[in-house]
Design a protein around this ligand. Sequence first.
Ligand SMILES: *[C@@H]1O[C@H](CO)[C@@H](O)[C@H](O)[C@H]1NC(C)=O
Ligand SMILES: *[C@@H]1O[C@H](CO)[C@@H](O)[C@H](O)[C@H]1NC(C)=O
Ligand SMILES: *[C@@H]1O[C@H](CO)[C@@H](O)[C@H](O)[C@H]1NC(C)=O
Length: 162
Amino acid sequence: MNSVAAALLVWTLTSPSSSGHGREEAWPTHMACSGGGLEVFYQSCDPLQDFGLSIDQCSKQIQPNLSIRFGIILREDIRKLFLDIALVSRGSSILNYSYPICEEDLPKFSFCGRRKGEQIYYAGPINNLGIDVPQGEYQILLELYNENRATVACANATVISS
Ligand SMILES: *[C@@H]1O[C@H](CO)[C@@H](O)[C@H](O)[C@H]1NC(C)=O
Ligand SMILES: *[C@@H]1O[C@H](CO)[C@@H](O)[C@H](O)[C@H]1NC(C)=O
Ligand SMILES: *[C@@H]1O[C@H](CO)[C@@H](O)[C@H](O)[C@H]1NC(C)=O
């Protein structure tokens, strides 16, 4: 297990503030990767919990076989799981994208179908088209939600390509 993701996961599990009661401060900013002309920072926008994410092989030439590590405690069942991505550059919306990650008849990942309260840790590839990230700074909003439209994880990220 990647040490950063592992440390974050343990911290998420043990942090008393993750109970969320009366929480007003923002979660800390984490670095998902840095190198190869690319820096990716993210912050949980779920008031109830933080999560761990790291991207292997950081590069502004994003490979189609990109691997990530992701750890979270599920607040909801995930029989179905969807990811919404919103990409913004210099204040302008560039792209909105919705992607099914778990579907009942097409579970793409081993963690599909896990229940509320379970901890998931995924380390492996995520299929993507593979792109060269143009130079610039981007804001990305990511939201994972289940079949009842309940938030499973939410993050806002800043991507800097130099
Ligand atoms: C997340 O959004 C908050 C509020 O807009 C902002 O202050 C913060 O810099 C953002 N974090 C990242 C990593 O983009
Ligand atoms: C991904 O593909 C590239 C280019 O084909 C290769 O160099 C790299 O080792 C691959 N990475 C993984 C994790 O398979
Ligand atoms: C993305 O969605 C937001 C919020 O619904 C909307 O304001 C924006 O125009 C959309 N952007 C694109 C490129 O469709």
